[in-house]
Design a protein around this ligand. Structure first.
Ligand code: PLP
Length: 453
């Protein structure tokens, strides 16, 4: 018998959340969307309680920022300690040790034995922006290559690098110039009758063609790749494709940048997902779970590349804020001490197994995929044609939320349900969360098939 970790005692939104929603709608732009229509009161581990006392199991993890769990005691202690001493002096004004300590730690953890340097920033998009600056400075080239289905942020440059039009780019142009989108393998959606192996070879040929048809390799500063595409729908590229791109980068003096903002810090079972592909990126962008919920990001790179820019050319008022640095240092310790990389692998196995089982019973689960605990399922209205079922996925997510599970969608077609639960989630919480979602999927699918008969 499961004890109930999720407990929903009011409508969602409940009375207090309804009042706040009304206030919110008056002063917060509609474009700032929300998953569940309520407001947080407290959160711990893998659970969030709202202002009306409803408790949700968290499979969303603040969009992948909470791998070490909400309010981990070690993180809280590190934050309190720092706040007692000072909150910010501005690293460009008077430096502080936590910035240096975090840079040392990240340089040590990142793949590759070469000398590295680390620039700290505030958000994921800011890290990507700075990786672009650094790559352009070092190579003296302008072109930036990203991939179909990719997501790199919402600033002008990172939005230009992002691939999904609605809602990220629609009517926000003109976009930054010299950004080119290369094809990316999406094995589940490969042409019918093409084997996986033939498809990967085909996509490598497509990448070579891209360098002939779209942009000359000698003008490219950097290729940005998410080792597992996040917002794109947790698409894991074949290792052969990643190696082919990396090899072409080396051949043409192009920097290979791994955008590990969503894949990092335990999510895939390693500190960096690049490790699964046996590649050493020239630059790596990090954020999200690095800070355990505090806004911090970074660019980790080869020393010579990171030193190409001159004094004053990189920085920012809040960049590498000491409170956020302390949170990150504590989070990295927690990942090590609590063996969260190992835990990510276990979570991933359980989740994959359960949804693969469910896929045998309900036809709408077209694909179950991922790396470590970065797992997603793709919802389709018919498994033969793989027609994306965005509305069904949204309904499933909404029903799960009503039953006490926070979970997010993703994917260029909006039909992917992705899991970013804190890695400290207990077995019981995991079991309960999976059960809520299984029931939601089965119920919505059954209702859909009844209607279409
Ligand atoms: C791979 C990747 N890059 C960049 C970003 C942008 O990060 P932020 O929202 O912190 O600017 C995200 C956010 O989801 C991401 O997943």
């Amino acid at each position: 018998m499961l004890s109930n970790h999720a407990s929903i005692n009011t409508n969602v939104p409940g009375p207090k959340a309804s009042e706040l929603l009304e206030r919110r709608h008056k002063v917060v732009p509609n474009a700032v969307s929300y998953g569940v229509p309520t407001f947080a009161a407290k959160a711990e581990g893998a659970k969030v309680t709202d202002v009306d006392g409803n408790t949700f199991i968290d499979f969303a993890g603040a969009i992948g920022t909470i791998n070490v769990g909400h309010c981990h005691p070690k993180v809280k202690e590190a934050l309190h300690d720092q706040v007692e001493r000072f909150i910010h002096t501005g690293f460009n004004v008077m430096m502080y040790e936590p910035y240096v300590a975090l840079a040392e730690k990240l340089a040590q953890l990142a793949p590759g034995k070469h000398e590295k340097k680390v620039l700290l920033q505030n958000s994921g998009a800011e890290a990507v922006e700075n990786a672009v600056k650094v790559a352009r400075k070092y190579t003296g080239r302008q072109a930036i290559v990203t991939f179909a289905n990719s997501f790199h942020g919402r600033t002008l440059m990172t939005m230009s690098m992002t691939s999904k039009v609605k809602p990220y780019k629609y009517e926000f142009g003109p976009f930054a110039p010299e950004v080119y989108k290369a094809p990316f393998p999406y094995t589940y959606r490969r042409p019918k009758e093409m084997s996986e192996k033939a498809y990967i070879d085909f996509m490598i040929d497509q990448f070579n063609d891209f360098l002939l048809k779209e942009v000359a390799p000698e003008t490219i500063a950097a290729v940005f790749m998410e080792p597992v595409q996040g917002e794109g729908g947790f698409i894991v590229p074949d290792k052969k494709f990643v190696h082919a791109v990396k090899q072409l980068c080396e051949q043409h003096g192009i920097l290979f940048v791994a955008d590990e903002i969503q894949t990092g810090f335990g999510r895939t079972g390693n500190y960096f997902a690049s490790e699964h592909f046996d590649i050493t990126p020239d630059l790596i962008t990090v954020s999200k779970s690095l800070g355990a919920g505090m806004p911090i990001s970074g660019v980790i790179g080869r020393q010579a590349i990171m030193d190409a820019a001159g004094a004053g050319e990189l920085g920012g008022t809040y960049s590498g804020n000491p409170v956020a640095c302390q949170a990150a240092l504590a989070a990295i310790e927690v990942i090590k001490e609590e063996q969260l990389n190992q835990r990510a692998v276990e979570i991933g196995q359980v989740v994959k197994e359960r949804f693969n089982q469910l896929a045998e019973e309900v036809e709408c689960i077209g694909d179950v995929r991922g790396l470590g605990a970065m797992v997603a399922i793709e919802i389709v209205s018919d498994p033969v044609n793989k027609t994306p079922a965005k509305l069904l996925a949204a309904e499933m997510i909404s029903m799960a939320q009503k039953n006490g599970l926070l979970v997010l969608g993703a994917g260029v077609y909006g039909n992917v349900i992705r899991f970013l639960m804190p890695l400290v989630i207990t077995d019981e919480e995991l079991e309960e969360g999976i059960t809520i979602l299984e029931k939601s999927i089965a119920t919505v699918w059954q209702k859909n098939t009844e209607f279409s008969v």
